[in-house]
Design a binder for this molecule. Structure first.
Ligand code: CDP
Length: 219
């Protein structure tokens, strides 16, 4: 594996995506939003009129998404909806779904493409399962209310009609499912550095993360 791998995990709307994007841009690293892979599987099932809780269907669609994978598919705005997020966390409990998406993620970590000097992956199990040898592992959390407020603002700015109460309920449900599953549950790796972003601005988070990265990588 490439030495320059940054693993960023954490619960829904903790600010890890924003942080990962900014770090990738500033360090010249490639970035993979692994949640978008699970969202793609969940969303594809919903589009087909299927049930994301149906294990066989989840596996079939995950293998289909893997076989016909195109990174542009991850740009679909529909993936960001709460419905896609819920569907994602339902398919994500299935070990064979996770297995189908494993190589894609590890290959990206090894070879992020182009002139990228390293790779940043964010998700739930990057530091524990996907890249256990990553030299930098961050786990970003924030208080539930703060995360719900952030996600509500984000969804509303995309023109979606949501309330903070419904977003908070969905988020808690999803976090509980993600943390309780048997395979690759959401949790900080033993050697991850935990950052609570509740009272930090995106710029402060960025500075804090960069300081940690510079101690571990020659960037
Ligand atoms: O953006 P947000 O933090 O709300 O979620 P996401 O990162 O897009 O992930 C959506 C869902 O995919 C999560 O709730 C997890 O169930 C699943 N996921 C996972 O199981 N493993 C990952 N590495 C990334 C996401």
């Amino acid at each position: 594996m490439s030495a320059n791998i940054i693993a960023i995990d954490g619960p829904a709307a903790s600010g890890k995506g924003t942080l990962a994007r900014k770090l990738a841009e500033s360090l010249g690293f490639g970035y993979l939003d692994t949640g978008a892979l699970y969202r793609l599987v969940g969303y594809t099932i919903l589009e087909r009129g299927g049930d994301p809780a149906n294990t066989d269907e989840a596996i079939e669609v995950a293998e289909f998404c893997r076989d016909f994978f195109d990174v542009n598919l991850l740009q679909n705005k529909e993936l960001r909806s709460d419905e896609s997020g819920q569907a994602a966390s339902k398919v994500a409990v299935v070990p064979k779904v996770r297995e189908a998406l494993l190589d894609l993620q590890r290959n990206f970590a090894k070879a992020p493409g182009g002139k990228a000097k390293g790779a940043i992956l964010d998700g739930r199990d990057i530091g524990t399962v996907i890249c256990p040898d990553a030299p930098v592992k961050l786990y970003i959390t924030a208080r539930d209310e703060v995360r719900a407020a952030r996600r509500t603002k984000e969804l509303q700015s995309r023109g979606l009609d949501v309330t903070k109460a419904s977003v908070l309920k969905d988020m808690r449900e999803r976090d509980a499912r993600d943390a309780a599953r048997d395979t690759a549950p959401m949790k900080p790796a033993d050697d991850a550095i935990v950052i609570d972003s509740s009272d930090l601005s995106p710029a402060e988070m960025f500075d804090k993360a960069l300081e940690i990265i510079k101690e571990r990588l020659s960037v």
